[in-house]
Design a protein around this ligand. Structure first.
Ligand SMILES: [Fe+2]
Length: 245
């Protein structure tokens, strides 16, 4: 590194921190995340301690396992907000969803039923971790034709993409945005997830970074992740989290 580069290099302290998280399971008792309001509050206190100003929490919606509806999600959101207000905790919580790409979701979008979105019509969705989804191309086409902006949750965790990095590029080139889990950078999930999170970062293919927090364990892991050099690189990248404030 030249003398000049040494001084022109942005120091970590100059980088804007992450103010908004857009993938978590913080609403009480409706998926595999927070079990009750105490869990929800504990997680929110951790987000506040890390400097976040807002979370957009995303309960699972699946055709068979977590049959959440906008009504269920919004009533739990109202419950949580009421407790925050009562306890005078100033923190913004919104809710969208993490849709599983299954038959139910396909039929839902084919009928053009409204979806829970965040920001400017972003729709968060996930697929099986092991098997390539037969619905992906069609789902993305439908979503984009309805002017939604599909965001694939944690692409670095899908082992069916690991054979060839081209597979990630093919999905990205369909107009799908990528949300990487922050804890993938510290190897919390697996070495494979870490490797591909770093590769996506190097290829400037990360649009959002999320905690995917299901409980206090993920917030603890996040503290470690924030010490990695990849986390600093991510803050300096094009990620859109803070546009959601
Ligand atoms: Fe999730």
């Amino acid at each position: 590194m030249s003398f000049l580069n040494l001084f022109s290099k942005q120091k970590p302290a100059d980088l804007p921190p992450l103010l908004v998280d857009m993938h978590s399971h913080v609403l009480p008792g409706i998926d595999d995340g927070a079990g009750n309001l105490d869990d929800s509050l504990q997680i929110i206190e951790e987000f506040i301690a890390l400097g976040y100003k807002k979370i957009i929490t995303t309960p699972h919606i699946m055709g068979d396992f977590f049959k959440n509806t906008p009504e269920i999600i919004n009533s739990k959101l109202a419950e949580l907000r009421a407790v925050l207000q009562k306890q005078k905790i100033e923190f913004e919580v919104e809710a969208a969803a993490e849709y599983y790409l299954d038959e139910w979701f396909m039929s839902h979008i084919q009928k053009e039923k409204p979806l829970l979105t965040f920001g400017d019509r972003y729709v968060l969705f996930e697929t099986s971790y092991i098997n390539e989804s037969a619905y992906l191309t069609e789902a993305v086409f439908h979503l984009r034709s309805m002017e939604y902006r599909p965001v694939l949750a944690h692409p670095e965790r899908y082992t069916y993409l690991y054979q060839d990095f081209k597979k990630f590029k093919e999905i990205y080139d369909k107009g799908v945005l990528f949300q990487v889990n922050l804890n993938s950078f510290s190897g919390y999930y697996s070495e494979g997830a870490k490797k591909f999170a770093i590769k996506l970062l190097e290829n400037n293919m990360i649009d959002f970074a999320g905690s995917d927090c299901h409980g206090a364990r993920h917030m603890q892991a996040l503290k470690k992740t924030r010490q990695t050099k990849e986390y600093q690189k991510l803050l300096a990248s094009k990620i859109l989290n803070n546009t959601l404030l």
